[in-house]
Design a protein around this ligand. Structure first.
Ligand code: ATP
Ligand code: FE2
Length: 345
């Protein structure tokens, strides 16, 4: 089905399907590309990490129900939509394939164009759209990804990134070791906050952890091992949660600050699930103020994986008639942030 076989509704909504990992979400952007609320479901393994195939089965079972709920929530019908976008990558193959096949089916049935988009770029564009920043350095901190990104020469370039695991993955693994269920980040935040309120004179050096910065890159597995060792040696859980946050967030902010200096940009944008964390938001604000930059933090519902951010980016692709043919709609598990040209720059 080519572009010319489709009637594009210029005032139509964009449907966005997110299915890169544990979350299956369908969202909407209006014809100006502004995101509305998504409907999301997530697998929450009781034991161990997420199993890609089990997550994919979960997403496949929930797909139709999520779509119905979304249409009902916004009182929309298939004829209200101009296009359907989906996360083409990066992510877990089995999960991505469910999202892609739901999107292809909708494209065929509703006779609207298909838009395969880059999940990481969607985290940037939803932040730009909802926070009103223009040309930010993005600190993208999620379970699977930790990257410092900025636009240069028509692409979003990765200026620094984790050399091992994502920061959220490190938080989730530490939490799991302590018997805290997935996702661990919010509980670690709560424990850290409570502990520091009860121990205002605590010293960070008493719960020291490795330095996570390596040049412009980051590394978190050493922090994870050291944090688990502190617990084994009897350190209070709250103290270790506090120390993990202080050390690793400071590392991310340090690299982001260097990226601002290097690119001469003056906007710092947070994105990804870990950007829900109030302490990280505070550190980002403090650093930005110190260097006369502005810190932008999207609403939490747009930081975590959500279908509406996929729709926001889909709308930009549609504006530039960058439509995905069925033959090119296979998922791209290892898609890189800088592989996607920014046609809307
Ligand atoms: P991506 O595919 O972009 O890597 P993801 O699959 O990890 O994303 P997200 O929803 O962006 O999904 O992020 C989930 C992560 O965010 C989890 O690791 C979770 O622990 C972490 N997280 C959520 N809320 C908080 C919080 N308040 N503090 C710290 N971490 C948090
Ligand atoms: Fe994400």
């Amino acid at each position: 089905m080519g572009v010319n076989d489709l009637s594009i509704n210029p005032s139509g909504y964009i449907l966005g399907i997110e299915s890169t990992a544990h979350t299956f979400s369908i969202g909407v952007a209006d014809s100006n590309g502004y995101p509305l609320d998504s409907v999301s479901v997530a697998v929450r393994p009781l034991k161990g990490g997420i199993h890609p195939r089990e997550a994919a089965d979960h997403h496949a079972q929930k797909g139709a129900e999520v779509l119905q709920k979304l249409l009902k929530l916004h009182d929309l019908n298939p004829s209200d939509f101009a296009a359907v976008s989906f996360s083409q990558g990066p992510g877990l193959g089995p999960c991505l394939r469910i999202g892609a096949s739901v999107a292809r089916t909708i494209s065929q049935k509703w006779r609207i164009p298909l838009l395969g988009v880059n999940h990481c770029v969607a985290h940037i564009e939803v932040g730009r759209k909802t926070c009103g920043c223009d040309d930010p350095v993005l600190l993208y901190v999620s379970g699977g990804n930790t990257q410092i990104i900025a636009k240069m020469d028509g692409r979003y370039r990765v200026l620094g990134e984790t050399l091992d695991i994502g920061i959220g993955n490190m938080l989730d693994k530490f939490a799991r070791e302590q018997g805290i269920p997935f996702p661990g980040g919010p509980k670690i935040e709560a424990l850290a906050k409570e502990w520091v309120e009860n121990n205002p004179t605590a010293k960070l050096e008493d719960y020291s952890l490795p330095y996570a910065v390596q040049g412009m890159d980051l590394a978190f597995s050493g922090v994870l091992n050291a944090a688990c060792n502190l617990i084994k040696k009897g350190a209070p859980l709250g103290a270790v949660c506090w120390s993990i946050q202080e050390h690793t967030f400071a590392a991310c902010i340090e690299v982001a600050e260097r990226a601002l200096a290097h690119t001469s940009k003056s906007e710092l944008l947070l994105g990804g699930g870990v950007a829900c964390n109030s302490r990280l938001r505070e550190m980002s604000e403090i650093m930005s103020n110190e260097r006369n930059a502005t810190s932008f933090v999207p609403e939490r519902k747009f930081c975590v994986d959500n279908g509406s951010m996929i729709a926001v980016l889909g709308q930009l692709h549609l504006l530039h008639e960058d439509i995905t043919e069925l033959s090119e709609s296979s998922v791209l598990q290892y898609l890189r942030t800088d592989q996607t040209p920014i046609l809307w720059a």
